[in-house]
Design a protein around this ligand. Structure first.
Ligand code: AMP
Ligand code: ZN
Length: 665
């Protein structure tokens, strides 16, 4: 037995090494035939001795597991997006902000390519891959470990002198050649070709059968190591280390000691990118020094220490055929351009977004115009200009609608806002069904099984007039609908029942109050604690909440002043939905620091900056990034920039040492 175990372990080790040589280094040291022989031997030993099962065995690269639902995982460290720069000036502005925040003017950068795929977070414990999670909404993503294991450039077992526990972020990409090969096979099989490498890569992560993932020529490029405390002193160093651990870190990153060197890098790659075997959509520039990164921290959306320089999008001319006006769940009207289909950036474009009436006016659009379209970061391209020389003399100017395309109510425009609205909130069919669709969506009440068509059907049959009606649906009402079988009806009823356990903040989001997205809903839920408290809040008390402005405040007040909304909420109460915040969720330790605003600077010995920030918040204090008259304390660690100290003194802000702070809490 001992011998078998030893043989299994040694084969695994050897095969991991060959995988690395082949896929990462591109320098195989063994023939394919010999590799296959060893893999077979290992597979048969594992089969005969299942006690030695290891989820990270090289034999499992071929996939075969089936995942029905990918569990949601909250990221230990949020997966932020990146701020964008589109020209050199914006890069210099970014540098200025950094200099100011750091109180220094010597910063160097790590320049990296911005790989265009799907982002992934890999978690390693003691050198072994334990989990792979998609970015999702940045706060939580899907556990796609089984699928990721099949990608040969993802190391299952690290090499060398690795750190015990860390996350590493990267991009799953599909090289262009691999993409074309896949499409060739599909076309031969009479299947619809995939649209572009990025969407195909990202779609691969959620395939249920991991053998299908294994069959796709996916790769994983890594670019960021993350841990509670900094593991390295510079970004460049961490990339080198990651390379030594066996990760696939492309070699084209470069150190730059000024923005002008950054610009050289950008200029080079803007031209050279067409020769790369994979797609990039820009360059990412990161502050190299990790203590600087820590000092700069994050905004709610992105790190302050990194910026993405986006390459100019491709653009092409096509004909504007017509304009379609859509009404959303809040009554907002969005105009969409129907275009003569054209190829752009690897996909076929048929539609473009037009935002609002002002935008259309500014473009001066006529039907049948030749329009230039461009694909930015968004999936739907936009119209950037019109070729007026190609306009026919009797062309008709685009007219914005005055009445709702659905219920024919006259549209209104709120002072200071760009959008038109259908004010018929309580009776406009599209708004009603769209609100219900939003209510049951995954991030809201997560009631599965009711498709858009079923909802429209139920609405037409007068069974569903508001989301409150979901809770009175019965088996006998649902079963006659043609699409629904016995099992689906029971699933729907169960999902409705289960949704009564969905926490308050998500219920609040589900209500579909204009401008109240997930983040705002959470803020309101934490601050007010219950629907009753929110419903009587005034504009003033709402604005008191962090990050809530007049626009959101007014919208909340309007929502709760509507009699029909009040009625719906009363009904939701009787059905037993969570309309109060579960107190157990409040993990705040004390209120000792309530009302105090901190700025954190420098490096600390007992805690990392993130931990310190969390401590302050858990004790009721607030952390901001720059000193102002509102700051109560400057919490100074080691190596704080001298300019900060001067500024704090000028503003009469008390400076605390790490020790002072720990005593304080
Ligand atoms: P965006 O989605 O436009 O906000 O850009 C952020 C995304 O860029 C991240 O989530 C990553 O998936 C991706 N990305 C690609 N290459 C890099 C890189 N070298 N460093 C950081 N992010 C990158
Ligand atoms: Zn309407």
């Amino acid at each position: 037995m001992k011998q078998v175990e030893e043989r299994i372990l040694s084969l695994r080790k050897e095969l991991h090494e060959h995988n690395y040589n082949y896929y990462v280094l591109d320098e195989p040291t063994i023939s394919d035939y010999d590799f296959d022989q060893r893999l077979r031997e290992l597979a048969s030993l594992e089969k005969a001795h299942p006690t030695f099962y290891d989820p990270n065995s090289p034999t499992l690269r071929v996939g075969g597991s089936v995942t029905k639902d990918f569990p949601t995982i909250v990221h230990e460290f949020p997966m932020y997006s990146l701020d964008n720069a589109y020209d050199e000036e914006e890069l210099y502005d970014w540098e200025k902000r950094i200099f100011k925040l750091l109180g220094t003017d010597s910063v160097t950068y790590s320049c990296e390519l911005k790989y265009d795929g799907a982002s992934i977070s890999l978690i390693y414990n003691n050198g072994v891959l334990v989990r792979a999670v998609t970015r999702g909404d940045g706060v939580q993503g899907d556990d796609v470990t089984q699928n990721i294991r099949t990608i040969p450039t993802v190391p299952l077992q690290l090499r060398g002198n690795y750190k015990d526990r860390f996350s590493i972020r990267g991009e799953i990409i599909l090289p262009i050649q691999g993409f074309h090969d896949m499409n060739k096979t599909r076309e031969e099989n009479g299947e619809e070709p995939y649209r572009n490498p990025r969407n195909t890569a990202s779609g691969s992560l959620k395939l249920q059968d991991s053998a299908l993932v294994a069959a796709r020529p996916l790769q994983c490029f890594l670019y960021q190591m993350i841990a509670a405390r900094p593991l390295f002193s510079t970004q460049m160093e961490s990339l080198d280390a990651a390379r030594n651990y066996g990760f696939n870190v492309p070699q084209n990153n470069k150190h730059a000691s000024s923005i002008s060197e950054v610009i050289d890098y950008i200029t080079y790659w803007n031209k050279e990118r067409t020769n790369l075997p994979y797609e990039i959509d820009g360059v990412v520039i990161k502050v190299n020094d990790i203590s600087h990164q820590e000092e700069l921290g994050y905004t709610s959306k992105s790190p302050r220490w990194a910026i993405a320089y986006k390459f100019k999008a491709e653009s092409i001319y096509t004909t504007l055929q017509s304009i379609h006006f859509q009404v959303g769940r809040t009554g907002a009207v969005t105009p969409v351009a129907n275009l003569e289909p054209v190829h752009l950036g690897g996909s076929i474009v048929k539609r473009a977004s037009l935002h609002n009436a002002d935008h259309i006016e500014k473009l001066d659009l006529y039907i049948n115009d030749r329009v230039a379209i461009e694909k930015g970061g968004e999936i739907i391209p936009k119209i950037t200009s019109v070729d007026k020389t190609k306009r026919s003399p009797n062309a008709v100017k685009v007219k914005y609608i005055t009445h709702c395309p659905d219920c024919d109510t006259e549209l209104i425009r709120i002072e200071g806002e760009a959008d038109h609205y259908c004010p018929n909130v309580d009776a406009c069919p599209t708004q009603i069904t769209a609100r219900i669709q939003h209510f049951i969506s995954r991030k809201a009440m997560d009631i599965d099984g009711l498709g858009n068509e079923t909802i429209e059907l139920l609405y037409r049959q007068r069974l569903l007039h508001s989301y409150a009606d979901l809770y009175t649906l019965t088996y006998n009402q649902l079963i006659p609908l043609d699409r629904l079988a016995d099992k689906s009806v029971n699933n729907i009823l169960k999902a409705v029942e289960d949704s009564k356990e969905i926490p308050f903040e998500r219920v609040l989001f589900a209500l579909g109050i204009r401008y109240v997205g997930q983040t705002v809903a959470k803020k309101l839920a934490v601050h007010f604690g219950s629907i009753d408290a929110i419903s009587v809040a005034t504009e003033e008390t709402l604005i008191d909440v962090d990050e809530i402005g007049t626009r959101i405040a007014q919208s909340v007040v309007t929502f709760f002043s509507s009699l029909s909304n009040q009625h719906i909420i009363d009904r939701l109460k009787t059905y037993g939905l969570q309309l109060e915040r579960d107190q157990d969720l409040d993990q705040s330790l004390s209120n000792k620091l309530s009302g105090q605003r901190f700025v954190i600077s420098g490096v600390f010995s007992t805690y990392s900056r993130n931990e310190i920030q969390k401590l302050i918040e858990d004790h009721g204090g607030k952390v901001s990034s720059s000193l102002s008259s509102k700051t109560t304390f400057l919490l100074a660690g080691e190596n704080m920039g001298p300019k900060k100290r001067v500024k704090a003194n000028e503003l009469n802000i008390k400076i605390l040492s790490e020790n002072d702070f720990l005593i304080m809490i």
